[in-house]
Design a protein around this ligand. Structure first.
Ligand code: SF4
Length: 263
């Protein structure tokens, strides 16, 4: 059985309207079945080396056209493209008796759906949620208090930013934002102010981390505070969550290090 948050059914790629296309700057590994399909198309194989798509000099996928659309989909249909492109930004967590699927915050459209959701996190088909996810939507306390219940003491903003600076960086903008976080050092009162001013989005954000990384409440809380720190230094919450996701969640080494450090 595959469970998914109810917002997944509303997702569709906004393609040409996307400001941060996933077709630029990422390695694209082609699965074997797709490679088999591509082999009878020399125009496609001309852009593939081994099992990877060769990106242009500005790191764009060679099939991404100037309208922000995929030439391969336009010519052959969505079923033709490789798994990694068709599945993005979906993730899957496999458990013994079921699978949990979701959308990653690295995609700006997924980010909008996840953070702007007006009602509480819900799985389809219905399934009991973890006590942590239930707690983050318990409106008897402010969101800042709910975060404290999940992890009683948290790191300072500059400690978090200094740690994040030790990880592999994907976008130099990230380093400059971490430097700004260190020099501005938003304190716990600043974080509380931005979190409790936007309780629905910060609850949705923390629920996303709790769902995606079960059993790692400390990471969920520190990741939520990191996004709050970015908001404190003037970054929009959607952009902050998207940046954090691209830098930390979409590198196996970075996410493992962050979970270990923040737990
Ligand atoms: S980041 Fe999301 S919305 Fe943008 S091109 Fe990729 S899948 Fe589509």
């Amino acid at each position: 059985m595959i469970y998914a948050p109810d917002y997944c059914k509303d997702f569709s790629c906004i393609a040409g309207a996307c400001r941060h296309t996933c077709c630029k700057g990422w390695e694209i590994d082609v699965d074997d079945d797709s490679l088999g399909r591509f082999k009878s198309h020399p125009d496609i194989m001309a852009h593939i080396d081994g099992n990877s798509v060769v990106l242009d000099s500005d790191e764009r996928c060679p099939f991404l056209n100037n309208d922000g659309l995929c030439d391969m989909i336009l010519k052959h249909g969505e079923a033709f493209i490789c798994d990694i492109c068709r599945e993005h930004p979906r993730f899957y967590n496999e458990f013994e008796d079921h699978t949990e699927m979701g959308l990653g915050l690295v995609c700006e459209e997924a980010c909008r759906l996840i953070l702007d959701k007006k009602d509480d996190f819900k799985l389809i088909p219905a399934r009991e949620l973890s006590s942590e996810i239930k707690m983050i939507f318990d409106t008897s306390a402010h969101v800042s208090q709910r975060l404290k219940k999940l992890k009683p003491s948290s790191l300072s903003s500059s400690t978090r930013a200094s740690f994040l600076k030790t990880l592999e960086v994907m976008d130099p903008v990230w380093t400059s934002l971490l430097d700004k976080m260190i020099s501005s050092s938003p304190d716990s009162a600043d974080e509380k102010r931005v979190i409790d001013k936007d309780p629905r989005r910060f609850s949705n954000l923390c629920a996303y981390y709790l769902y995606r990384y079960p059993g790692t409440a400390g990471f969920a809380v520190e990741a939520t505070y990191t996004v709050a720190d970015l908001v404190c230094i003037g970054i929009d919450i959607h952009e902050a969550a998207r940046l954090f996701s691209g830098e930390v969640e979409y590198s196996d080494i970075n996410i493992d290090s962050a979970i270990d450090y923040f737990l």
